[in-house]
Design a protein around this ligand. Structure first.
Ligand code: ADP
Ligand code: MG
Length: 288
């Protein structure tokens, strides 16, 4: 005879590329109140492209890009990859004397030209650099050298092809609220919120602020049901742990995220969560 797990349950989920760490987590997918997604790499492709480079008058555009690419040379953040691609040449690594990853803010690098800062407004503020405030529908990466503002790079990312239908399907499945958390700026967050029809989006959050926000969402919900967090891994482990159901996305996500999660989606498609909910509903039908 064919085992029941062929049709439903953990076995059925795993055949669809959804690894569930226990029957209780599968069952928990039947009562979801809120789904909280991380933005970059989860709802969006996480592949950024440089759209525009704007320089201050003392710094040529090529200089702004070269400073940024050099400071980013040791980073594999999606933003760093897009800047290095736009630069197009190989960076002279001997120019970099020291580099520091400033979580949720950017990069600080000591180079032969002086100290280079590449990152968001928070980085400029914490380093005391006066920067240009830009209102553009993308991610602004500010560049400063030796304490002077040199210009900014406008880059953009786009939603994954199944992100919009995922939000719609979750609402149809009875999820009350679909929310997004991001370390990115307001304009980038609002752009994605509107494009995908999200209920709420919280932006400019440091990793520990994402944890606090998730705790707040759990505490404030007016009806019963689980709070699910879906993230692609980088820096997400504490939020995954805080959620009722932590879902790590991408089979190749970070080990820490896979460890901290209750469910692992083997592909990068957010719609896998909807498939998981369907398996959970089907499994409950068989069991009852
Ligand atoms: P998200 O929450 O969208 O996954 P991250 O926490 O990875 O984003 O990063 C938050 C923000 O910090 C980015 O939007 C960017 O402004 C800045 N940042 C992080 N790493 C870098 C980097 N290597 N270069 C430039 N900016 C960075
Ligand atoms: Mg992230």
């Amino acid at each position: 005879s064919i085992p029941l797990s062929f049709f439903g349950g953990i076995g059925g989920a795993s055949k669809k590329g959804i690894l569930v760490k226990g029957g209780n987590y599968l069952e928990a997918l039947n009562s979801i109140n809120t789904v909280v997604f991380d933005k970059t790499g989860t709802l969006t492709e996480g592949v950024f492209k440089v759209n525009e480079i704007v320089n201050e008058k003392d710094y040529p555009i090529e200089g702004v890009l070269e400073y940024a690419a050099t400071a980013e040379s040791f980073s594999d953040h999606p933003i760093a990859l897009s800047i290095k691609e736009a630069y197009g040449k190989s960076v002279d690594l001997s120019k970099v004397l020291h580099h520091e990853d400033v979580t949720g803010k950017g990069i600080k690098a000591k180079t032969e030209w002086g100290e280079i800062l590449v990152g968001n407004e928070k980085l400029m503020e914490s380093e005391g650099i006066s920067y240009k405030e830009i209102d553009a529908p993308g991610t602004i990466v500010h560049v400063a050298i030796e304490g002077n503002y040199a210009g900014y790079i406008l880059i953009s990312d786009k939603p994954k092809s199944d992100a919009k239908e995922t939000v719609k399907a979750l609402k149809e499945a009875g999820v009350k609220k679909v929310v997004m958390l991001t370390g990115d700026n307001k304009a980038a967050a609002m752009n994605v919120k509107q494009a995908l029809g999200l209920d709420e989006a919280y932006y400019e959050l440091l990793p520990q602020e994402k944890v606090a926000m998730l705790e707040k969402i759990k505490g404030e919900k007016s009806e019963k049901g689980n709070v699910v967090f879906v993230g692609d891994g980088i820096n997400d482990a504490p939020v995954l742990t805080m959620a009722d159901i932590g879902v790590a996305m991408g089979g190749l996500g970070s080990d820490a995220a896979i460890e901290a999660s209750d469910i692992v989606l083997m592909t990068d498609e957010p719609s896998k969560l909807v498939e998981g909910i369907k398996v959970a509903a089907f499994t409950r039908k068989i069991v009852l």
